[in-house]
Design a protein around this ligand. Structure first.
Ligand code: ADP
Ligand code: MG
Ligand code: MG
Ligand code: MG
Length: 400
């Protein structure tokens, strides 16, 4: 078809019109580009006469971060659309429907979720989502179980591993999560007020060993197909619905990396509460809600994962006595470690989070940063000894 170029709004409309059975042939369509413009274009195309709308997401051939620009493979659009389709086959209510993928243009046509809000924003407004724990734990259990050697034939799984080799996006993670925050790298963006705490991290050899161990597993443990970027900015939410978007970092890695990403982002919001409520009681109450959510997610995840394993496990050796308990313990330990890594990088690394950075009061912001570093490093250091999820809650309580 057309050779690659970044679409204009007029071209996005023309493309949307060419999709069969979506819009009336001669109706007015309007387009708005709603992406944040760092890596991808996101066009919202709507037909005012019927209220119908869709999203076109197009990968750009470069990433723009802090004024710098570096080339980034368009193949990530294929990875994203194929991961979305696998997720849809496993839990169709928890991801946007994909109507089409156009390889040459690195363009995905998907369901418009504008009636949801990005969860990071929802948490910053201190909303509560009673179904979130059930939804995200079901997403994690199904997406991770069925893409692992527990839920399907090893040969098929290896074919799928080939489909999701994603070296360029993995390198972003390897650098920005597992390396740069632990040294004085020029990609870092260190808040001057916490320079002492950051320098402590740069010099903490015990911490570096634990991060190197977690990085090793990220590099080598092709345990299951991961989303790869499962922070609260990749989750659309409303009271009765949760949708996981943006799996362009998908690859086969350790399960705890995705579960840890969810926990890290709940805990970053936990750390930031002084910035979002002046009232001591409502702050404590919201913090309890966040911790209860962490526990609820893990408990439900473990229950659902064990039940899938017991009912649909395909592997004879995986039924060996004691193996399931050992396996889940390892996943929990990884979850602690990756949650910690994902917290730390958001404080002084390259891409930070609005939960902290949008706090106006400087001392409340500094407190959020220090809590996040304290909790993040203690999760990393504890990870190989973790036994129950309650220890995560205890470490969080200790950090405030
Ligand atoms: P990126 O990979 O560039 O972060 P995302 O897939 O996260 O791209 O999308 C960026 C933003 O575009 C989202 O935060 C959201 O505001 C909007 N967006 C993305 N997908 C959809 C969708 N299916 N429905 C509505 N808005 C969307
Ligand atoms: Mg973005
Ligand atoms: Mg995104
Ligand atoms: Mg993305």
């Amino acid at each position: 078809m057309t050779s690659y170029h970044a679409l204009t709004e007029a071209e996005a409309i023309a493309y949307a019109r060419s999709i069969p059975n979506l819009f009336a042939p001669d109706s007015e369509l309007s387009s708005r580009e709603i992406g944040d413009g760092n890596l991808n274009l996101v066009f919202h195309i709507s037909e005012p006469s019927t209220g119908r709308s869709i999203i076109l997401k197009q990968a750009l051939p470069y990433a723009k971060v802090v004024g710098e620009s570096w080339p980034l493979t368009l193949d990530r659009a294929r990875i994203e659309s194929e991961a979305l389709m696998i997720h849809e086959s496993l839990c169709s209510d928890l991801v946007p429907h994909v109507w089409a993928f156009e390889k040459e243009l690195a363009l995905t046509v998907m369901q418009d979720l504008s009636d949801h809000v990005i969860m990071r924003k929802g948490l910053m407004e201190r909303n509560r989502y009673p179904l979130f724990a059930e939804h995200i734990s079901r997403f994690l259990a199904n997406a991770l179980f069925y893409t692992s050697d527990l839920g399907r034939n090893q040969q098929e799984k290896k074919e799928s591993v080939k489909q999701f080799i994603n070296p360029e996006l993995c390198k972003i993670t390897e650098d920005l999560i597992f390396d740069d925050p632990y040294r004085n790298a020029d990609t870092n963006n260190v808040p001057p007020a916490i320079m002492d705490a950051v320098e402590h991290i740069w010099n903490d050899k015990e911490l570096h060993l634990e991060v190197a161990i977690l990085r090793n597993s990220f590099l080598t443990n092709a345990q299951a197909l991961l989303h790869g970027d499962l922070h609260t900015g990749s989750i659309f939410i409303k009271q009765d619905s949760t949708k996981v978007i943006d799996p362009e970092f998908a690859f086969y890695g350790p399960m705890g990396f995705d579960i840890g990403a969810v926990f890290a982002n709940l805990l970053l919001n936990f750390a930031a509460q002084e910035g979002w409520s002046a009232d001591v009681h409502s702050r404590a109450d919201y913090r309890s809600y966040l911790l209860a959510t962490v526990k609820d997610i893990w408990t439900r995840f473990e229950g659902e994962f064990r039940s899938l394993w017991n009912r649909y496990g395909v592997d004879r050796m995986s039924k060996t006595d004691g193996y399931q308990d050992w396996y889940i313990q390892q996943v929990l330990r990884d979850t602690f470690g990756y949650a910690g890594c994902k917290m730390v990088r958001r404080v002084h690394g390259l891409a930070q989070v609005a939960d902290i950075n949008q706090i106006e009061d400087e001392s409340a912001k500094e407190r959020a940063q220090r809590i996040s570093l304290q909790l993040g490093t203690s999760l990393i250091k504890h990870h190989r000894r973790a036994v129950t999820i309650d220890e995560m809650l205890e470490l969080a309580d200790k950090a405030i």
